[in-house]
Design a protein around this ligand. Structure first.
Ligand code: IMP
Length: 211
């Protein structure tokens, strides 16, 4: 079964977590967890991720060569490991900022709404910006965030996602750089969670329920 169908009908899902197991009751009303035992099968090794990041950083450096400063914007929370590895591989003058977005659905995915929970600390007008996301799934989050940041008139804005699930796309959006295209599977690790768990795995793994 693919978890990323997220078809647990008529429930509101919090974007930054593994939607099928986290039922958002409403703001400040708490969270009910429905957990089932599962195993994690490795899908992308830590070594493959590191090698891919080296390639991506070469391209990013070429794109932003000569920049006076690149503002690297991480989307919390899933991108925190990716952005940490990315910036250490980039030989450019950089600044790091973070933004947290949350998208909710009512079980009808086309009605997804993206909300900004935490905005940037700095201004980006006239600056070079790289937005860093963990996964592009339906595309709503990164589409919304890039449009928002573009409205602030950066000099250049590019986006990068570690993972992309093209088969899940609902809006016409593609990051400028993608680490790996993956099938419609629910994944964890390398910063990505399942109900706030498994972010600390060094690799990307696929969730497989055992019951
Ligand atoms: P979307 O592109 O707006 O649908 O949302 C992308 C966000 O959904 C990601 O940043 C993740 O937080 C979350 N997400 C999508 N697929 C997965 C997954 O397989 N595991 C964990 N989180 C996921």
């Amino acid at each position: 079964m693919s978890l990323s169908g997220w078809a647990f009908s008529n429930l509101a899902f919090e974007r930054d977590s593994a939607a099928p197991c986290r039922i958002v009751l409403g703001e400040n009303q708490g969270v009910a967890m429905a957990t089932r035992p599962y195993e994690i099968d490795e899908m992308i090794s830590a070594k493959s991720i590191a090698a891919r990041i080296e390639d991506l950083c070469r391209d990013i450096q070429t794109e932003f060569e000569g920049t006076d400063k690149l503002v690297v914007v991480g989307l919390l929370r899933g991108s925190f490991v990716f952005i940490a590895d990315l910036v250490r591989e980039l030989d450019l003058p950089i600044e790091v900022d973070f933004l947290e977005a949350s998208s909710y659905g009512d079980g009808m995915e086309s009605s997804r709404e993206v909300r900004i929970l935490k905005d940037l600390r700095g201004t980006i007008e006239g600056r070079d910006v790289l937005v860093v996301e963990d996964i592009v799934d339906t595309g709503h989050t990164l589409n919304h965030v890039t449009n928002l940041l573009l409205s602030r008139l950066p000099a250049r804005l590019k986006s990068i996602a570690l993972l992309d699930k093209p088969s899940r796309r609902e809006v016409d959006f593609k990051a400028d750089w993608t680490g790996f295209e993956i099938p419609d599977e629910f994944v964890v690790g390398y910063g990505i969670d399942f109900a706030q768990r498994n972010r600390n795995l060094p690799y990307i793994g696929k969730v497989r329920f055992t019951e």
